[in-house]
Design a protein around this ligand. Structure first.
Ligand SMILES: CC(C)(COP(=O)(O)OP(=O)(O)OC[C@H]1O[C@@H](n2cnc3c(N)ncnc32)[C@H](O)[C@@H]1OP(=O)(O)O)[C@@H](O)C(=O)NCCC(=O)NCCS
Length: 170
């Protein structure tokens, strides 16, 4: 595991259970701030309540991270999958606090997860991106595979399947 990676004074550390309330406030606020141009209000509210959250299980995976600056939580995100089995890993719950937008927080989280996934043997890094984040992931080298429609809280939720080829590590 790579700990204490710092980018422009942003420190990345593993999340723990005590972070959950702050992380879920952050994730909610990021979707409420960035989501409205891309999703109908009802779709967004349903998705935030149903799936846009960190959980005890995702934190227990040891692969979920907090980005912080002077102990202020600025962003979060993690990864999953079984690289040793199929060479693939995927990104989970990447979000930046609206007050920290454009500072490289999201990019730092994704870079940290990419390095860990590559070290664990992943060749491909997959992402089910929101419509909000497609341009962000494209900027970080992910390519658009196809649009998809998920069912979230009983409603269609448009998303984009994206993938990045990782550089072998270790
Ligand atoms: C997507 C998100 C994580 C970006 O966070 P951020 O910390 O502001 O992004 P960064 O500052 O690290 O941006 C990295 C680069 O991507 C670019 N970028 C960021 N958001 C972008 C967007 N929506 N469209 C195009 N480019 C974008 C930045 O300009 C920057 O480019 P640069 O390297 O040329 O300066 C944030 O907007 C967010 O939390 N969105 C809501 C939650 C969400 O949809 N998460 C994705 C789940 S799949």
């Amino acid at each position: 595991m790579i700990e204490g990676m710092s980018t422009r004074h942003i420190v990345i550390r593993p999340a723990d259970r005590t972070d959950l309330p702050a992380l879920n406030r952050l994730i909610r606020s990021s979707y409420e701030a960035y989501g409205p141009p891309f999703y109908a209000a009802r779709t967004l509210a349903g998705a935030i309540d149903a799936v846009m959250r960190a959980t005890p299980a995702i934190i227990a995976s040891g692969r979920f991270y907090v980005a912080e600056d002077d102990r202020r939580v600025l962003g979060c995100g993690g990864w999953g999958g079984t690289p040793l089995l199929n060479g693939a890993a995927d990104l989970r719950q990447v979000a930046t606090a609206p007050s920290a937008a454009g500072r490289g927080v999201g990019a730092a989280i994704v870079a940290h997860c990419e390095a860990e996934a590559a070290f664990a043997g992943a060749r491909d890094f997959d992402c089910v991106s929101t419509l909000i984040a497609e341009g962000f992931y494209a900027r970080l080298g992910f390519r658009h595979l196809r649009f998809t429609s998920l069912t979230v809280a009983g409603q269609p939720f448009a998303a984009v399947l994206m993938r990045k080829r990782l550089t072998p590590q270790g």
